[in-house]
Design a binder for this molecule. Sequence first.
Ligand code: NAP
Length: 277
Amino acid sequence: MTLSRIPLAGVIGAPVAHSRSPRLHGYWLGKYGLAGHYIPMEIAPDKLDAAMRLLPDLGFVGVNVTIPYKEKVMEIADLVSDRATLIGAANTIIFRNDGRIHADNTDGYGFIENLRQGAPGWDPKAGPAVVLGAGGAARAVIASLLEVGVPEIRLSNRTRLRAESLRDDFGNRIQVVEWVQAGNVLEDAALVVNSTSLGMVGKAELRVPLDGLRPGTVVTDLVYTPLQTRLLRVAAEQGCTCVDGLGMLIHQAVPGFERWFGQRPEVDDATRAAVLG
Ligand code: NAP
């Protein structure tokens, strides 16, 4: 029997109370007048597998995945996209009509779309990118920058070994730079990205010297609490084009929403305001 149900989607993780995704998807559902619901679901680690297999039977068409399950869901999925494999994590799950579970990663897509919207003049091929940080988010950033043709990525991380491991995975367009030297490689960068958690509310400040930043360089911070980090403030004072991290969060949600609810949502100021509440 085929059931005609209102589509359900949601976010799974532990915890999920902090997630802004329900607010974002709820806003889009309302804006476009779509039948559907988006639900935060905190799932215990030993129930993840069973929950993923049950959700389609309950009417779920897909879920977003947050910490700590972004890697684990790839083992449960029947199909994993190339970009999720490359990044080593999935954030978007599609429960297909044929019963198979498809895992994808849209973080890199969200990162690039945010840059395209916030810095329309940025040409990926214009020059080197400097990426600070080598955690999970940096993997998505690096994969997407290489895909759009950035010629060289200078990667600097407090723990050098993690940066070297990314270079081993992504190849010789990555140059590893000592953390204490990061400020010295900004001068001719076309793009500077903070993908560390430094500068976030409750964390230490990013203390990389920024006087090498030049007017025209595009500077973006993945941290979006606060929206204007010290990095973005100093960069703006030095004439850089600044793009905050909220747009990445919003843009990464676009492909999932479109797939689940059948409408490609627009990312505009009203969307930002809705997410910020
Ligand atoms: P992660 O895997 O835990 O990596 C954290 C990174 O920050 C590592 O490179 C770590 O360096 C560095 N770091 C932490 N404390 C440090 C310190 N005291 N000094 C120097 N480096 C330090 O986290 P993630 O998932 O990559 O996320 C990173 C940030 O991006 C978070 O703030 C997250 O909220 C944000 N993010 C935003 C979006 C968005 O949509 N805007 C998406 C994803 C992530 P070590 O390797 O040396 O520990």
